[in-house]
Design a protein around this ligand. Structure first.
Ligand SMILES: [Zn+2]
Ligand SMILES: [Zn+2]
Length: 111
């Protein structure tokens, strides 16, 4: 009877982990999905294999970090003087309006 390694008995199932070579969906490079990574994935309950090589995963992570979806800047409304936040960096050359005054400006411009 062959000996069963401890780690495989624990989960109640027997999945033989072995290094596998996968192909990156982004750059097409072959990369190794190692035994330890597979165990990590399994422990997180992930069903899918990684689609990207480690460097592409890093790149994607970094791009997301550098460009947050909503970066808001503090500004003071040029119309009513209220403290407001705007989704762009105030340049100082153009007046910044709070959302109320901004919509009023737009309404006025349309007339
Ligand atoms: Zn890649
Ligand atoms: Zn205002």
């Amino acid at each position: 009877m062959p000996a069963i390694p401890q780690s495989m008995e624990k989960g109640g199932y027997c999945v033989p982990f072995a290094d596998r070579t996968l192909k990156c969906a982004d750059c097409g490079t072959s990369f190794v999905f190692s035994m330890s990574e597979q165990e990590f994935f399994a422990s997180k309950g992930y069903q899918n294999e990684p689609k990207r090589c480690p460097s592409c995963r890093d790149t994607r992570r970094q791009t997301r970090g550098e460009a947050p979806a909503r970066q808001m800047y503090d500004a003071v409304c040029a119309e009513c003087g209220v403290q407001t936040k705007v989704p762009f960096r105030p340049s100082g050359t153009r007046p910044v309006y709070c959302s109320n005054c901004f919509s009023e400006q737009r309404a006025g411009a349309l007339r």
